[in-house]
Design a protein around this ligand. Structure first.
Ligand SMILES: [Zn+2]
Length: 113
């Protein structure tokens, strides 16, 4: 039934949840679900067109003109995009572009500044 993670310290499988904490009854180690999620996220690496690893909060520029779906607007090559957020999916960058609003981009069409 339970798919709680094993204790990262002693590998006990008797972990239980206490609010937002995971608690190990055997060694009394406590940790958060967040740190658990972070270590999982580390495994997924999103890279820009040059192979540089992208992180949340990075600033990137667009390396080719991108048509905006459902409109005649084009995001011009060289457009600076600040404070990106990495997401799952085909378009793996969530961001806001001045004059366009919230957008999703593909990491292969940007490069890190
Ligand atoms: Zn433990």
């Amino acid at each position: 039934m339970s798919n709680l993670p094993n204790c990262p310290k002693c590998s006990s499988e008797y972990t239980y949840e206490d609010g937002t904490l995971f608690v190990c009854p055997e060694c009394a180690h406590e940790w958060t679900a967040e740190s658990e999620a972070e270590s999982r996220e580390d495994e997924k690496v999103i890279k820009d067109s040059n192979g540089n690893v992208l992180n949340d909060g990075d600033t990137v520029t667009v390396i080719k003109d991108l048509k905006v779906k459902g409109s005649s607007s084009v995001i011009k090559i060289g457009t600076k995009v600040k404070n990106i957020r990495l997401v799952d999916g085909d378009h793996d960058i969530d961001c806001k572009i001045d004059g366009f609003g919230a957008m999703k981009l593909k990491s292969e069409f940007v490069k890190k500044v």
